[in-house]
Write a protein that binds this ligand. Structure first.
Ligand code: TMP
Length: 199
């Protein structure tokens, strides 16, 4: 069935190294091949806020949590108004690699209240029609992101942090949230997603 699709805003989420970027791009290519109108976007975006976030994470500087949250929110406001809403209004399906559940689960793992973060985002950000959480074991995710292996201590800290993030993802309840076993091969994952979307 190649009919599109009640799902206009499709969100991919998961811990670092979950494979969500690859799978979301595979879905994008699949839809493109079927001549379906589709856009692929990511967060952090390419806004100045997003660039700042990537810089901070590259140099592993740490900033106060409130400030960190603010960067992600400002970046999302930009992405919603400059990229997501325009694409939706051109009747495109938007595939989004990370969205506000990332803020809830990551900044939540740093100690913030997940529900409050979600509420704060819903005030300006359209709700996803469907969300796929690509769930992998933290060890598998970490093996895939070798560049983050700086020292044993960092590795250990990061493992504990990602365990919290993963746990947060698994507590999410909301409209059309699907947890997908990300330990399977990519083709199997894509097939399952296409099945769920009815594409
Ligand atoms: P990426 O590796 O998928 O590009 O994401 C960059 C990092 O930013 C990743 O470790 C998750 C983190 N992040 C947050 O902490 N909060 C957010 O709201 C978003 C969008 C990403």
């Amino acid at each position: 069935m190649s009919e599109i699709i009640p799902h206009k805003l499709i969100v991919f989420e998961g811990i670092d190294g979950s494979g969500k970027t690859t799978v979301s791009k595979m879905l994008f290519n699949y839809m493109k091949e079927k001549n379906l109108p589709v856009a692929w976007l990511r967060e952090p975006s390419d806004s100045n806020w997003g660039k700042k976030i990537r810089e901070i994470s590259r140099f592993k500087t740490s900033i106060p949590l409130e400030e960190e949250l603010n960067y992600f929110i400002e970046d999302r406001k930009f992405n919603v108004s400059h990229n997501i809403k325009p694409a939706l209004s051109q009747n495109k399906t938007v595939i989004l690699d990370r969205y506000y559940y990332s803020t809830a689960c990551y900044q939540g793992a740093r100690g913030m209240n997940m529900d409050e973060i979600i509420q704060m985002n819903r005030e300006f950000a359209p709700e996803p029609d469907i969300t796929f959480i690509i769930d992998v074991d933290v060890n598998i995710g970490m093996n895939r992101i070798k560049e983050s292996r700086n020292s044993r201590v960092k590795l250990f800290e990061q493992k504990i942090f990602l365990e919290k993030v993963r746990k947060n993802y698994l507590t999410l309840t909301g409209k059309n949230i699907h947890i997908i076993d990300g330990n399977q091969d990519l083709k199997t994952i894509l097939k399952r997603i296409i099945e769920i979307l009815g594409l």
